[in-house]
Write a protein that binds this ligand. Structure first.
Ligand SMILES: [Zn+2]
Length: 601
């Protein structure tokens, strides 16, 4: 019987944002034991080199110091000793995202990959984790929320927890602080939402709505055998948005305004966004946490792991996250179609969709999507948004070609059955889609997954009696999803995005082929005036509406403190803004197909 590793973590110095972490190894490698901190966090495809937050590390055995040397950016090697061997590290924790570690006098949070060194070569051993409280009075009321299984800790208490191996150790984020707890049960499985960040909201309503949402998803792909608990770990900020999926939990961040107020009963845009985030991360419980690309089984956390399948794991998840809001009845069909139209609008506004396909977008996530810059709109497409639309197009194509006998639901269910344990091969989804439906889909994958052809959504959505309309944007805040306001005049087009940057307004990106590009405007230019009148991000729409399409205006900007004058011929605004409507005259079979799609049969 192998002995478990003993990890300890405690907020040793909240005011200096320091966690103390140690691990004791019963049987260190006789040739010298190595310890490593991951270079990246599963689910977030960027080399973060988390070891850079380690401030100091020391090794001891039987009360004596053991020499420790660093062998690469993420690895330490302890000299041979008889054991047990303990290494202790001090880790700086001041990352505000859901993918790192954060500690101050109000709370602590960590993703295990950011704080726990692995015992190299013994990663498969059980780990005991002692989570200790802060030493001073500052954290006397703190509680702990994690999906780790307690060994001797009571509910929400500091104490010892246990996990099966290192992979699991870094799959249970931990929050400590003054946490609000909401508990609910779905399909007999205890679910918890633990909220930090001092906000006032309707917890009972959130628990009620999440019960509905989770139940709909659980009945879609079935309850995974090892899903015996689930935790939504939510950090509420004044402004913030994001999430990271885990096997038994998710780490979420939202804005205070996203949570429902007590007494409110409608689903406004902000709360809908919050529910969409929960829906997204919960869907990952199947799609990427238990069924993942073959190339992630196991994860290599020392370097980039390239796969062309992120559009399957993020794009299909992004398709179903909003769809399940409609299928569970939390939002109306019109509300769902508004969300879908906004996704279509985002993709329509990104000319980079003609330069990068979703397979390439997946493969290059590490250097492109996660390292976006001012030229990204011209050069790349998100495997989230375009991936969601590829999923929609595939769903509609299958429904159409199979005369309603099959849908993407069947493909995802079959993938889940086939690949949940051993991982999905690079062409796995494609082969399942073809075998389960009997359809010849090679052309679809060549054109829309490995190619950059625009998706024929207008025609495809007719299968479910939905009409797709495109119109010019009304103004810079127009996200799409609704018809144009009848009284708005089209804004002449510059083709460059202007954003507020402190007191200044700067062009953050310039689209290829746009009037701004032809005139010589560059990203980073500070807007000064248009025909002698001050131009800012806030007044850009009304300034541009002073002119007509085809007018030539003088645009002055500062670039590197030099005043530059550009002559710009204003263009016609592109029809890049989408809204969707339900065809009231659709035939019965089309209505039936729509009801099946939206889960209302
Ligand atoms: Zn995701």
């Amino acid at each position: 019987m192998t002995k478990p590793h003993h990890y300890k973590i405690r907020p040793s110095n909240p005011t200096a944002h320091l966690f103390e972490v140690s691990v004791t190894v019963a049987d260190p490698d006789p040739a010298g034991q190595a310890f490593a901190i991951p270079a990246w966090v599963p689910g977030s495809y960027l080399i973060r080199d988390l070891a850079r937050h380690v401030i100091g590390m020391a090794a001891t055995s039987d009360g004596a110091d053991v020499p420790l040397t660093k062998t690469d950016k993420s690895t330490w090697l302890a000299a041979p000793c008889d054991g047990p061997l303990t290494i202790t590290a001090e880790i700086h924790a001041y990352d505000h995202s859901v993918r790192g570690a954060h500690l101050d006098t109000t709370h602590g949070f960590f993703d295990g990959a950011a704080v726990f060194p692995s015992v190299v070569g013994q990663e498969d051993r059980e780990c005991r984790v002692e989570i200790g409280p802060p030493a001073d009075a500052v954290g006397s009321s703190w509680r702990v929320a994690t999906s780790m299984r307690p060994l001797d800790a009571g509910p929400y208490e500091f104490g010892t927890y246990v996990v099966q191996d290192y992979a699991e150790l870094i799959d249970h984020p931990v929050e400590m602080g003054d946490i609000l707890i909401g508990e609910f049960e779905v399909a007999g499985i205890p679910h918890v939402i633990a909220v930090s960040g001092h906000s006032r909201f309707d917890m009972a309503r959130i628990c009620h709505d999440l019960t509905t949402l989770c139940a709909a998803q659980l009945s879609f792909l079935g309850v995974p055998e090892d899903l015996d608990r689930y935790l939504f770990l939510l950090a509420v900020k004044e402004t913030g948005y994001g999430g990271l999926e885990h096997r038994w939990s998710s780490a979420l961040m939202c804005s205070r305004k996203d949570l429902p107020r007590r007494g409110a009963s409608t689903v406004d845009d902000d709360y809908r966004k919050f529910l969409g985030l929960c829906s997204h991360e919960y869907f990952h419980l199947w799609n990427v946490k238990r069924m993942k690309p073959e190339r992630f089984t196991p994860y290599d956390l020392t370097a980039e792991s390239h796969t062309g399948l992120l559009w399957v794991f993020e794009g299909i998840t992004s398709y179903y996250d909003d769809l399940f809001l409609a299928r569970s009845g939390l939002v109306t069909n019109d509300s769902y179609l508004e969300l879908l139209a906004r996704t279509i609008t985002r993709v329509q506004r990104t000319p980079g969709r003609f330069r990068q396909d979703v397979e390439a977008s997946s493969f290059d996530a590490w250097t492109k999507l996660y390292q976006a810059d001012s030229n990204s709109p011209n050069a790349m497409i998100s495997y989230y948004s375009k991936g969601a639309l590829v999923a929609l197009a595939l769903d509609m194509t299958i429904r159409k070609e199979s005369a309603g006998r099959f849908s993407l639901d069947d493909v995802v269910k079959e993938c889940w059955r086939l690949y949940r344990d051993e991982g999905m091969p690079e062409r796995g989804l494609e082969s399942v889609a073809r075998s389960i439906t009997g359809l010849e889909l090679e052309d679809f994958f060549e054109r829309y997954v490995r190619g950059t052809a625009d998706l024929p959504l207008q025609g495809l959505l007719k299968i479910v009696g939905v009409q797709l309309h495109l119109r010019p944007a009304s103004d810079r805040k127009d996200l799409g999803g609704k018809p144009a306001k009848t009284d708005t005049q089209a804004t002449p087009w510059l083709g460059a995005t202007l954003v507020s940057d402190g007191g200044a307004s700067r062009f953050s990106s310039v689209l290829n082929g746009s009037p701004a590009e032809h005139a010589g405007i560059a990203p980073g230019d500070e807007a000064v005036a248009i025909d002698g009148l001050r131009l800012t991000a806030e007044n850009a729409d009304s300034r541009l509406r002073d002119h007509h399409v085809g007018d030539t205006v003088t645009l002055t900007v500062f670039r590197d403190h030099r005043l530059l004058r550009h002559r710009v011929r204003l263009g016609a605004p592109p029809e890049d803004t989408c809204y969707l409507t339900i065809d009231a005259d659709a035939e019965d079979d089309v209505v039936a197909q729509r009801n099946t799609w939206l889960g209302q049969d």
